[in-house]
Design a protein around this ligand. Sequence first.
Ligand code: UDP
Length: 327
Amino acid sequence: MNIAVIGGAGYIGSHAVKLLVERGHRVIAIDNLGMGHRAAVHPKAKLVVLDCANVARLAAVFMTEKIEAVMHFAASAYVDESVADPRKYYRNNVANTIGMLDAMHLAGIKKLVFSSTCATYGEPEKVPITEDMPQRPISPYGQSKLMVEHILLDVARAENLAFAAPRYFNVAGAALDGTIGEDHRPETHLLPIVLQVAMGRRPSMEIFGTDYPTPDGTCVRDYIHVWDLAEAHLVLLENLQPGRGLFYNLGVGRGYSVREVIDACRAVTGKDIATRQVARRPGDPPALFASPEGMARDFHWKAKITDLHVIVESAWRWFQAHPNGYQ
Ligand code: UDP
């Protein structure tokens, strides 16, 4: 297929580009390079530097490149920032996605995989989280993604769009061949921050909250390897149905606490990682992990990398080989 990957130079998008190329697809990565990195785009993919807010140009690219399906990763994704600057989040994540849908409509494209998030569930009543649980986001970020889920459902019904909106849990790790990895600026995610301490680039890291109602008092999250996540996108793309939306959790189905993540990093790197215990970060639910049964039941798909140490090893390889990321 001819597939456009919007946000194809970003962390998750670049892994999706690589996977699609390796599985024989023709890939056009579209990215404004605001957060993404040119060097992250697989050499066999074509990079078009373009802001997806430019609907006319986006539609022209879709048509020129004979795009048959779109994967849309471009989004703002910092929860804290979304609270401080909600307009940015509704503009980038909602308004620009509507523009992207206009461009798809102009080009007659009917297949879409759109990145959603477990943040749409807010503070769930129970874990593991199944797809039918209530979605009550507690941040503008989660709200913006849920709004798009609703918009997509209406557009699918009206225009026979076939779409999937996988809801990501905590995406981590780097391509197993070491070629691409994570390079966020600023970095806010737990695993890269811990590994930056291991590399001596930060003196210590902060543990946000040690008084949660969890076994060791720190937050529990479900860490899924970025390559598994990319593969799940392809599975969803291959199973799209006209006029319908597919909503699936993408997680491993087990939770690790912040302390367990730090311990795994100590074990993999052999480094002593200095930590400081600080107050909770606002908006962090105590425990989030997926029920992965939906993907297993309907598509016989499960994440292959279930050991946190393997995820950490892949990220550690990337950081050691690229101490300055893509710079
Ligand atoms: N976390 C932490 N210190 C950090 C960064 C994150 O203790 O410097 C915790 C955070 O409170 C959360 C978990 O690690 O419980 C994962 O956070 P991250 O920002 O990686 O992902 P999120 O769960 O917010 O999507």
